[in-house]
Design a protein around this ligand. Structure first.
Ligand code: ADP
Length: 373
């Protein structure tokens, strides 16, 4: 009898042990799954993460960290910076930004912090981020603001100086002198206004929004030529439309495309001798329409051809000042072309002239400026 009850008790113990074992197994499996989930989540992060324990032994390096720091071409600098940050982080939050020469050149930001749990410090973590694009955009923005300030300071400085001169004149001063000073003030104010108009145009066009309408290519060309004849006061005979204009229509933002052509024609006039001919033409090869503006002006040196489409870039600053250019015209033209899924090309010979061609796809992709930048 006693034996039987002992046997029962042993059986019960065994069952309990079995159930506890199953519970532990389930717990262990759950813990492993949770760890794997965590690991996958770390690998999905767009940030590099490296974790070490209190003895400095590495416990985790996610995929992004491996990509950023262990890449074949990465300088030893990145690996060194990472281990320095992990050591420094044992005594508090730390960080630095490093430049890698590449290729390709990159800027990495590293930040480190101690990992503290309820029982105290359990290790350190470092986060690595590729900030190349952010730093580049910051530099572009800083440059842009500096350029705008510089460009505005010139006419505004002149207005202040001229106004001071005017204010200092007395009743004896000839009216003619007063008039000349006032006219120069008006001229400088025009320049500042022109720059602000171009900046507003550029920012609207860079926004990429298009008011598309079906418009005959013919109208775009003749509309642009008429606008220049009226605004620039040039003789219409100086600008000739070459060849037959295609009968094609395009689904484009007509005011943007016409404005881009106006910019090119005005440049062709500005950078040619007075009275020199300017030729405007258009062709349609079935897939795309080409709008062409050709001049026999001063031409553009080879070294400047890639850069003239940048904002504020001018080959000859002094000449641009005389002609009243803002340095934004070609940046606007390129943005307009790209907004329509096209581009602008340049062919030029110094001393002989330049040809600018805007390519516009017939089936425009509707690509936006943002996608291009
Ligand atoms: P700007 O207001 O100075 O004309 P753009 O952006 O329109 O600015 O042009 C940038 C620079 O490109 C000009 O300053 C000039 O040096 C050069 N450029 C543009 N168009 C021509 C052209 N048709 N012939 C010669 N140089 C040109």
């Amino acid at each position: 009898m006693r034996r039987r009850s002992e046997l029962d008790a042993a059986k019960t113990d065994l069952n309990r042990i079995r159930s506890e074992r199953d519970q532990y197994r389930r717990g262990a499996a759950d813990a492993i799954e949770a760890l794997e989930r965590l690991r996958a989540a770390f690998d999905a992060l767009p940030l590099g993460v490296v974790i070490v324990d209190v003895n400095g032994n590495e416990q985790l390096r996610n995929e992004e960290a491996a990509r950023l720091v262990d890449a074949r071409h990465t300088d030893a600098l990145a690996a060194r910076a990472l281990s320095d940050v992990l050591v420094e982080a044992t005594s508090g939050e730390t960080g630095r930004v490093i430049e890698l020469h590449g290729p390709p050149p990159r800027t990495l930001s590293l930040a480190g912090a101690p990992l503290i749990s309820a029982s105290g410090r359990v290790g350190t973590v470092a986060v690595v981020q590729d900030v190349t694009e952010r730093y580049r955009l910051d530099a572009v923005r800083r440059d842009f603001v500096a350029n705008v300030s510089h460009e505005l300071r010139t006419p505004i400085g002149a207005i202040v100086a001229l106004a001071d001169t005017l204010a200092a004149e007395d009743a004896e001063t000839e009216v003619e002198i007063m008039r000349r000073l006032a006219a120069r003030i008006a001229h400088e104010a025009d320049r500042a206004g022109h720059l602000i108009d171009d900046l507003l145009d550029l920012s609207r066009i860079e926004g990429g929004e298009l008011q598309r309408e079906e418009v005959p290519v013919r109208h775009l060309v003749t509309g642009a030529v008429d606008r220049v004849v009226v605004s620039a006061g040039v003789r219409s005979s100086d600008i000739s439309v070459e060849g037959d204009l295609p009968q094609t229509t395009l689904l484009v933002d007509a005011s943007q495309v016409e404005g881009a052509l106006v910019n090119l024609i005005e440049n062709a006039i500005k950078y040619s001798d007075p009275g020199a001919p300017v030729f405007v033409s258009a062709t349609d090869d079935g897939d795309r329409v080409e709008l062409v503006v050709r001049d026999r002006g001063i031409g553009i040196p080879p070294g400047d051809r890639d850069r003239i489409f940048e904002r504020f870039y001018r080959v000859d600053r002094a000449r641009s000042r005389v002609t009243g250019g803002t340095g934004l015209g070609l940046a606007i033209v390129r943005n307009v072309a790209r907004n329509h899924g096209g581009d602008v090309h340049l062919d030029s010979r110094e001393g002989e002239g330049s040809t600018f061609v805007i390519h516009l796809p017939r089936a425009s992709t509707g690509q936006t400026a943002k996608e291009n930048s």
